[in-house]
Ligand binder design. Structure first.
Ligand SMILES: *Cc1c(COP(=O)(O)O)cnc(C)c1O
Length: 290
């Protein structure tokens, strides 16, 4: 899998009316299926599973989870069987959406959990039981965020990125990607996370993974919460895609770009700030809208 990745990762600089430099690091282009940050999050998890002799990987996600799709693909590529624990019993009897259909086509065994059972997904006792039930499975948490994932997301920034930019922006779900970027950033840089979810709890999650303080997180552009959208967001996304020919998706990257361009318009950054935006991908379930 790792030899199929298109390195070096392309950069694209946008022409803006304001006096800041905005460059996008296109992680969405590294691979058609395991695109973006999920590749970095899975890398050391799958290497560890391989070294420890597991034959299966098991993980958790919602029906639209990019992590589920990426894991199904990467597992197949690496020669693992994959098991997906999906939130929502009712989904079992409905036609699959593209994410679940893709995962199943890639050989992922899907199990649909009640919301009650799904809520136990981080509990040690539940995970022990699951491990007994699936002794061959290497268990990866929801969204793929664990210490091994953060080891991987520390490789998103290159040495040049540490020199060439003042601000690094990234969309945030569980915070594992942002934590790796913070950990690998230089002290002179500021890392700005755009949360796709409402709430402050994410700050605490991220603090568990890093001692550094050169970062901040905003949920001002989450449009009401995870996977929620507004007409403004959808219109922004379409207009941005047409103008720059860069695809976004509405759960993460469109919210981040809308937020970032709003901050730039309101002169949040000093003139000549060099901003690097991480395009985290997540486009596998998306139809081209332009
Ligand atoms: C999963 C995902 C994120 C969030 O990553 P976390 O490490 O969970 O914060 C951001 N953008 C895209 C496109 C994703 O698929």
């Amino acid at each position: 899998m790792f030899d199929h990745i298109a390195f070096p990762i392309p950069y694209q600089t946008l022409q803006l009316p304001q006096p800041v430099q905005l460059t996008i690091k296109r992680l969405d282009l590294i691979h058609p299926q395991i695109s973006g940050n999920k590749f970095f999050k899975l890398k050391y998890n799958l290497l560890a599973a391989q070294q420890q002799g597991f034959s299966q990987v098991l993980t958790f996600g919602g029906a639209f989870s990019n992590h589920i799709a990426a894991t199904a693909f990467a597992a197949q590529h690496f020669g693992f069987q994959s098991i997906g624990m999906i939130r929502g019993e009712e989904l079992a009897s409905q036609p699959f959406n593209p994410t679940l259909q893709t995962a199943q086509d890639l050989g992922m065994q899907l199990h649909f959990l009640s919301r009650f059972e799904y809520r136990l997904r981080h509990q040690a006792e539940y995970l022990q039981q699951l491990q007994q039930q699936y002794p061959q499975a290497f268990i990866i948490p929801e969204g793929g965020s664990n210490a091994l994932a953060i080891q991987g997301t520390q490789e998103i920034l290159s040495p040049d990125d540490l020199e060439n930019y003042d601000v690094i922006c990234c969309a945030v779900g569980t915070g594992g990607t942002l934590a790796g970027i913070i950990e690998s950033s230089s002290e002179l840089q500021h890392v700005l996370g755009f949360s796709a979810l409402k709430g402050d709890f994410l700050k605490h999650d991220i603090q568990q993974w890093t001692d550094k303080s050169n970062w901040s997180l905003t949920d001002a552009y989450c449009c009401g919460g995870y996977a929620k959208t507004t007409l403004e967001l959808l219109q922004f996304m379409q207009q941005f895609e047409q103008q720059y020919d860069i695809p976004l998706e509405q759960v993460y990257t469109a919210k981040m770009m809308m937020g970032l361009l709003d901050l730039i318009q309101h002169s949040h950054f000093p003139a000549h700030t060099r901003i690097l935006v991480i395009h985290t991908g997540g486009l596998q379930g998306k139809l081209k809208t332009y």
